[in-house]
Design a protein around this ligand. Structure first.
Ligand SMILES: *Cc1c(COP(=O)(O)O)cnc(C)c1O
Length: 436
């Protein structure tokens, strides 16, 4: 399988380079030259397959240069936690993607990518510097996913004061090959800085770098596995006909998760409808409703992992829909949800179902409730409520039970390097850590 850039000036790239480079040299995002189709037999038997079996059979369509036994081992090791589909009521189920080590769905991408990179780098014996911008969850998943992986140093850039205390501790208490950097600015500033560092000639001359944001296709691919898995669980519960007519609702920020869902659909998953749920950072829902696509400065909300004003995966979505808004809008319904509505959904879901949800999942559930009557919806449950207890507890007026791993973390002190929003300062940190 070969890959090209969405800017079309880089072509014929093998998967290992896609993974290790992250961003194409022409500044575009990597996409597979064709999306492989899953066999009819595979789709028919899907409900009998484990998550790991689905992961393996999908991966090997894209990754052809890792021995089968090795790839199976990587998958078993990366996806060692459950992915339950929790029924809330007749129409809404939540796909709980938050049972990994950092309690958010980004563990899927980060753990898979880290192990694949470790495999390829083990052959080259070079040190790779992962530069990653985060609004909170990516950074913790990537830091944990890569912690202790040989030949890799990670630099996590997060907006100072705009991540939760738990998120900050998940990034800034590991040490070792993980450097946490608290940037004076917004998530978009962090993302711009990370992109600038990755493209910086002075740095590129001295160190090998890559990204781990959702711009890396190696992170996107494993996110497609759980759509297929959820579809199959749903079909088992409600029958195939209902499954085809249901919709996936995806709380979105950089739109990596949603893009992975579209990828699963193009591989053959017969689900027709997706809902892109955002908070007030709604450039994509606006676009889907007819406005031009204009990136904006992100605004702060209670679903902070989705405070993104310039979603990086939009270029991929455009390519998947041949640049046609009308075609995209037939598959994806865009919905914007306010903080007030997010809070009332958290309160109502707890009051009526006894189910505690985090603010990102709540954005999804709010949007799902607005879907066409009669449509069943699977909402991507993107984070564990304990990760956002500062928001959730005052709303439900009750403590969120903390998983024991989070309790231990709460006692640790974070150590991050404070940084102005400035490339030269970042460059200096990276060079120093590389003794270059
Ligand atoms: C990252 C994140 C999102 C947004 O996912 P994208 O792939 O960036 O659209 C939603 N919820 C949570 C909890 C996240 O961490």
């Amino acid at each position: 399988m070969k890959f090209h850039s969405t800017n079309h000036r880089t072509e014929n790239v093998p998967f290992s380079d896609v993974l290790l480079q992250g961003l194409a040299s022409d500044g575009g995002l990597f996409m597979p030259d064709r999306i492989p189709h899953l066999s009819r037999k595979f789709l028919r038997d899907l409900h009998r397959k484990t998550f790991q079996q689905i992961a393996y059979e999908v991966s090997r369509l894209y990754i052809t240069d890792i021995p089968q036994a090795k790839l199976k081992m990587i998958i078993r090791d990366a996806f060692n936690f459950p992915v339950p589909l929790h029924r809330i009521d007749d129409s809404i189920s939540v796909l709980e993607l938050f049972h990994g080590p950092t309690f958010a769905f980004k563990d899927f991408g980060a753990r898979f990518m880290a192990r694949l990179m470790g495999y390829y780098l083990g052959k080259q014996k070079e040190t790779l510097n992962i530069i990653v911008a985060t609004s909170g969850d990516t950074g913790s998943a990537v830091a944990r996913g890569f912690y202790g992986v040989p030949h890799i140093k990670v630099f996590v850039l997060y907006p100072r004061g705009r991540v939760t205390p738990i998120q900050e501790r998940q990034m800034a208490t590991l040490g070792g090959n993980i450097t946490a950097i608290a940037v004076q600015g917004s998530f978009d500033d962090c993302q711009k800085l990370a992109k600038a560092a990755l493209a910086d000639p002075a740095l590129r001359k001295k160190v090998l770098m890559s990204s781990a944001n959702s711009i890396n296709f190696g992170r996107l691919l494993p996110q497609s596995f759980y759509y297929l898995y959820a579809y199959a669980q749903f079909a088992k519960r409600y029958g195939t006909e209902q499954a085809v007519d249901m919709a996936f609702c995806v709380p979105s920020g950089n739109f990596g998760n949603l893009t992975a869902g579209i990828l699963a659909q193009r591989m053959g998953m017969p689900v027709k409808q997706f809902i892109a749920a955002t908070n007030i950072n709604d450039v994509v829902p606006r676009f889907l409703h007819g406005a031009p696509f204009v990136s904006r400065v992100s605004r702060k909300t209670i679903s902070n992992a989705m405070d993104v004003g310039n979603p990086s995966n939009f270029a991929r979505l455009l390519e998947l829909f041949h640049g046609k808004r009308s075609v995209m809008a037939r598959t994806i319904a865009g919905m914007r949800v306010s903080d007030a509505d997010t809070r009332s959904t958290i309160a109502r879901t707890y009051r009526e179902m006894g189910y505690i949800i985090d603010p990102h999942t709540a954005v999804g559930i709010t949007a799902a409730c607005l879907a066409k009557k009669g449509t069943k919806v699977i909402v991507a449950g993107t984070a564990h409520p304990a990760k956002f207890r500062e928001v959730v507890e005052p709303v439900i007026k009750k403590r969120v039970p903390l998983p024991s791993r989070l309790r231990a973390l709460a006692r640790k002190r974070p150590h991050a390097i404070p940084l102005p929003n400035d490339l030269a300062a970042l460059r200096a940190v990276i060079l120093k850590k590389n003794n270059a």
